[in-house]
Ligand binder design. Structure first.
Ligand code: NAD
Length: 250
């Protein structure tokens, strides 16, 4: 019997694939037989990541804060072969502070990458999927912060809640053309993104808030990504899948 979780012969684009959760997802996809295009802003780290993932990986530098760069990246990726899976993983949260201290520039920076970037990457890829009549899967990496508000992360939480509604809206609009759209909502995960925060005076409390009593590691997130990218989830669209050790239950 065919393995429904196989990604053999599929091509996936993983944004923010140079490290952390995106890198772990790219590695899992390659391990399941996919050809993977990884994107990120920093070119050196991206090329290193791609070469460590092996010959089935291509690096395309792209700043997700720039819709024109996203369009160019998707165009180039598609020229290398049709895309079956897009993982909108690139995301930032460059500050941890109370809402009243956030500046307009800080608001814009987070919204531009987390929400606008995911929107235009999805539309760029989906339109090509429609034109090719192939269908496909979009997997958004959101956050538990899109389900429950996280203190000192109001802007970040709002972008991730917005990404959840984009997930459902795209899923609704695109279901008849065979493009499924789902989201994974990770809980606190040990990556460069959270290193300083977990080591700070807030770290113990954040860990204590997780019902399963530990932070995630990136490999805890990949099973959900493989599921949502593959035929194992072929009748699933518009779903938000928490992978958070129970954090969203609090
Ligand atoms: N670490 C956590 O606790 C956690 C929890 C929930 C959700 N998430 C989400 O998971 C995703 C990955 O987070 P991570 O912890 O692996 O972070 P990370 O900082 O380790 O990696 C982020 C990746 O995104 C890329 N990136 C950042 N800005 C970009 C831009 N403007 N254009 C293109 N690429 C850009 C980086 O180059 C890197 O590859 C993010 O969307 C984040 O919001 C993380």
């Amino acid at each position: 019997m065919d393995d429904p979780f196989s990604l053999m012969g599929r091509t996936a684009v993983v944004t923010g694939g140079s490290r952390g959760i995106g890198y772990a997802i790219a590695r899992a996809f390659v391990g399941r037989g996919a050809r993977v295009v990884v994107t990120a802003r920093g070119e050196g780290a991206l090329r290193e990541a791609a070469s460590s993932l092996g010959p089935n990986t291509i690096a395309l530098p792209c700043d997700n804060a720039d819709p024109a760069a996203i369009a160019a990246m998707v165009g180039e990726a598609w020229r290398l072969g049709p895309i079956d899976v897009l993982v909108n993983n690139a995301g930032i949260s460059p500050f941890y502070k109370r809402a009243e201290h956030v500046t307009v520039a800080e608001w814009d920076a987070v919204v531009d990458v987390n929400l606008r970037g995911a929107y235009f990457a999805s539309v760029e890829v989906a339109q090509r999927m429609f034109a090719a009549g192939r269908g496909g899967s979009v997997v958004n990496v959101s956050s538990v912060g899109g389900i429950v508000p996280l203190e000192r992360l109001a802007v970040y939480s709002a972008t991730k809640a917005g990404l959840h509604q984009l997930t459902r809206a795209f899923a609704l609009e695109w279901a008849d053309r065979g493009v499924r759209v789902n989201a994974i909502a990770p809980g606190w995960t040990e990556t460069d993104f959270t290193g300083d925060l977990f080591a700070s005076r807030h770290g113990e409390q954040l860990r204590g808030d997780v019902p399963m009593g530990r932070f995630a590691v990136p490999d805890d997130i990949v099973g959900a990504a493989v599921f949502l990218a593959s035929d194992a989830s072929r009748y699933v669209t518009g779903a938000i899948l928490p992978v958070d050790g129970g954090r969203a239950l609090r």
